[in-house]
Ligand binder design. Sequence first.
Ligand SMILES: [Mg+2]
Length: 840
Amino acid sequence: MTNVTFSGDPAISPNIPPPMRRTRTAVDTKATRVISVTHYLPYICALQKRSEGEGSSPGSATSTPGSGPLHPHDNESTLSSDVAGPAASADADQYVWSFSRRRGHTAMYAGIRSLQADNPESVHIGSIGQYVDADGQRRYPDLLPESLRNHLREVFVQDKQCIPVFLPKKQAYGHYEGYCKSDLWPLLHYIPWDNVADPRKNVSYWNDYLAVNQVYAQAVLDTYREGDIIWIHDYHLLLVPQLLRQALPGATIGFFLHAPFPSSELFRALPRRKEILEGLLGASEIGFQTYSYSRHFISSCTRVLGLESTPKGVDYHGGLVPVGIFPIGIDVESVQASRSKPAVGVKMKLIQEMYAGKKIIIGRDKLDEVTGIVQKFKAFEKFLEKYPEWRDRVVLIQVTSPPKTESPRLESRVSELVTRINSTYGSLEFTPIHHHSAFLDRDEYYALLNIAALGLITSVRDGMNTTSHEFVVCQQERHSPLILSEFTGTASSLSAAILVNPWDYVGVADAIHEALSMSEEDKLTKHTQLYNYVVSHDAKFWVRSFLNEICSSELAAEMSHVTSGLDVDLTVAQYRRAARRLICLDYDGTLSPIVKNPSDALPPPAMLDALATLTANPANSIWVVSGRDQAFLEQHLGHLPKLGLSAEHGCFIKAPGGQWTNFTENLDLSWKADVLQIFKYYEERTPGSLVEVKKCAVTWHYRNADPEYGVFQANECQNHLENNVVSKLPVEILVGKKNLEVRPKAINKGEIVKRLWAAQDNCGFVFCAGDDKTDEDMFRALRKIQLKLTDDRKNGIFNVTVGSNLKKTMASWHVPETEDIVNCLVELAAAEKQEDTRIN
Ligand SMILES: [Mg+2]
């Protein structure tokens, strides 16, 4: 069994190979086993004492999925209820487990259920949270005897295709109440943290968060089989993708964030931002509810981790991690069934009688900062003030479920507002706002949705608001309009709703008036659009579109797989076989990692040792072919007397033990002034960028500029150069990593490599490594040479690029990191030393 292990600091250090991809064209959920991982399982478990005479088979359990009253306390909110479990000495035979459906996340659970229905092997992993003991107390499973725990696990596996995770009380609390609720949730929803938060507490919460993520990752590893798709959900488990990637480099791992993802400006305030982003980047596909959340995530990866990205994903450890948008949908069939029950009809009648002659506006939210209840009431107040004709004719029924964490300040603000509005605009016979602060009976909820004249959702931040979808399904007869905050994740898909800014009270008041005055014809048109969308984009659609995208991303990766990972053993074997050898190495990004300040790019000691060993053999011709100037190369590599150096992309070369030769002496370099002027223009307007004037080239570096603005300016600058300089003069633009360089066309690294090859008689081994576009000239030149060869030397040419296997390159091999090139040189040096010992 593979285990998730960590050593030292809890920070994740994901030094892992890029995932091996498997080809799968589209998902067949009947044939593919999907392991879904969520924070909680969709059930609340209750332990009951078996009455006398009742059967006692260990697997027996009662289950009430979807029926009966919902348990009112579905989420853990306190630790105090957990005292020593009375079942500590219990015998499993004396107890029976019963299950009720957990509130919330119905869309997500419906999607997962559809996967389990398609394939009986698909499983759902999650925590049971607290269970309800036989005495009605809620308890963490710490003190649950092993026999009862095993019994519960058996029942879950056999009856529910679920694998329960049992979290100890302290970790469960630190993870959920601690890190998830105090650190992550406010940040993801744009709520500033409390400035007086205890920093020591935060550290322990983080440790609990990490530990709990490890427990989930281990639970996946325990059940994973080759070919499974693993799908991890939401912000409680942000580290699980990377934990799994370390253990299962080839696995298909999807991640979907149900919550919003904030702007990088806010996200970067999170102390553990790096670990969180890297935790997510272990996934093979990362899904978000809306375009803006995915854009914020990509931008955070660019800004916080300094990674390259496109709108489609993030380059990470030599591979692309695709990022996509998959708005969640609801289980339409189940809503349809629930809203049509006779009991709902009875409730409808009662409510209609109670509010005879009044138009009902319905709102249903959790009581927390982001659901915008305060904004809703203020807008409704404005509506009554501005449109007096609606007074006494409209009632706002607002159902507010208790929050996960108490928020007395908000509660009192809300009740003050309600009192004020009702006393201003109400009368003895009439109350404009009916505020029910309680869990609503499911039948009553659907009755209200069925008869409402308007749905009003004013969240100030929301991942996805599925009440809006349920409202649309329930309005098949009345076609009542929907007012939706533009800050909900749903707003971008439900474009036929009336979109409002909840902070603009007058705007919302106008929208309420507009909606209530809408003609039947307009209502029908809008409703039809909404209904068609909701029905076609249901929970099943969401699941399949996400899983299909994982498969097509894998396929795309497979198809564009142009280079294989470097085979070091083969390289060493060919090195040994050859009588004479040529090694050409780029410097920045190949021998030394790219750094913010170019002068900090120091040669790694292991590389210097390896070069010293390799250059000692007269059969080897070893060169560093760099874009750097002579002074830099002399300073860092000049002490290796037998190493050849080439500076400024081939403009200057120095043979081992020789002097520098200038290839540009006879070239006209008068264009430099024009180019310098253009670069200076962009330097002045791009803070953090700088111009470097070399002897025969001019380079503009923007590595230290704002990453997005830098790229934008570089594109502008390139256009500018192409139109004004390159078209008229014998120069070319090199688009490097975070830089643009203009240099003479006649000289490049490829020309140098050709010369070096020609100078080496009967060369049976060429190792050429580089990372950016200037190195492609070397690869191209060597490919041409390779094509002309007919003997075994043909197999001795190793063109290696540093970077992703998806990179468009003339190289035949790739390695993810510069240290892989250094390691390969170390291996070659080791082979050289062995040869030495054998000869001596
Ligand atoms: Mg380079």
